[in-house]
Design a binder for this molecule. Structure first.
Ligand SMILES: [Zn+2]
Ligand SMILES: [Zn+2]
Length: 57
């Protein structure tokens, strides 16, 4: 996935989940670089983004 704040691309498994610092429980994936709280997205969206990115490159 790509961080919505800094644009850093990382695997969802690399992000920090369940940080314990978010109100109401953490259901997000925190960017390993800037710790931005990215909403966990279904895998197919990430795949679509990857395709679009490749086309636009
Ligand atoms: Zn980030
Ligand atoms: Zn969190």
């Amino acid at each position: 996935m790509i961080c919505g704040f800094c644009g850093y691309e990382f695997d969802e498994s690399e992000g920090k989940r369940g940080c314990g610092g978010c109100g109401g429980g953490c259901h997000s994936v925190h960017c390993p670089r800037c710790n931005y709280k990215n909403p966990a997205e279904p895998k197919f969206i990430g795949t679509l983004k990857g395709i679009l990115k490749r086309k636009g490159d």
